[in-house]
Ligand binder design. Structure first.
Ligand code: RP5
Length: 171
C-alpha cells in the first residue's frame, strides 16, 4: 500500500499524457501498472492539435521537472508522441489508441513511422500497449531506482506463477 501512495504523491518520474479525455479508458492501464509498481507519475490531457502550446511547454520542462520517461497515448492522426519527442530528449513511449474509424491502425502508423533522428518507442494498439509502456518505463527506471526494479521482478514472478498454477484450461 505504501508503494501505491508514493506512486501518486512523490515527485513524478513518469508523465502519462493523452490527446483527449476519451483516451483515458486506454491509458488508465498504464497508470494502474505504474501505481502497482510504486512508480511516481502524473497524468495529463495534452493535445497536439487542440493545445499545441501546452504540448510544447510540457515537453520543454519535462526533464527539469524530473520526468525520466513520457508515456504518450493518442488516436487517429496521432501526432502527440512524435511532437513531444521532437521537443525533449526524455524517452517518449507511444501508445496507439484504438480509434473507432480505423481500429487503431491509423494511430499505430502515425506513431511508429517516425523519420530517422527523432525516435518514439511504439507499443501495441490499445490496452496491452498502455500496460506494456508502463512496464517498459519501470524497466528503464530500474537501473537508477532499485525498488522499482524489485517491484517489476516480483510482478513478473507472480505472472509466471499464475500461469504455472493454472495450466489446465478446463479448470
Ligand atoms: C486524438 O483524437 C485523441 O488522442 C483521441 O484518441 C482522438 C479523438 O479525440 P476526441 O474527439 O474523443 O476528443 O487527438
Amino acid at each position: 500500500m505504501a508503494a501505491r501512495e508514493d506512486a501518486r504523491t512523490a515527485a513524478p518520474l513518469v508523465g502519462i499524457v493523452m490527446g483527449s479525455r476519451s483516451d483515458w479508458e486506454t491509458m488508465q492501464h498504464a497508470a494502474q501498472k505504474l501505481e502497482a509498481l510504486g512508480v511516481p507519475h502524473e497524468v495529463r490531457v495534452v493535445s497536439a492539435h487542440r493545445t499545441p502550446d501546452v504540448l510544447f511547454d510540457y515537453a520543454a520542462t519535462a526533464h527539469a521537472r524530473g520526468l525520466r520517461a513520457i508515456i504518450a497515448g493518442a488516436g487517429g492522426a496521432a501526432h502527440l508522441p512524435g511532437m513531444l519527442a521532437s521537443k525533449t530528449a526524455v524517452p517518449v513511449l507511444g501508445v496507439p489508441v484504438q480509434s473507432k474509424a480505423l481500429n487503431g491502425m491509423d494511430s499505430l502508423l502515425s506513431i511508429v513511422q517516425m523519420p530517422a533522428g527523432i525516435p518514439v518507442a511504439t507499443f501495441a494498439i490499445g490496452n496491452a500497449g498502455a500496460s506494456n509502456a508502463a512496464l517498459f518505463a519501470a524497466a528503464l527506471l530500474s537501473a537508477t531506482h532499485p525498488a522499482i526494479g524489485d517491484a517489476l521482478a516480483q510482478f513478473r514472478q507472480r505472472q509466471t506463477d499464475d500461469v504455472a498454477n493454472n495450466d489446465d484450461p478446463r479448470q
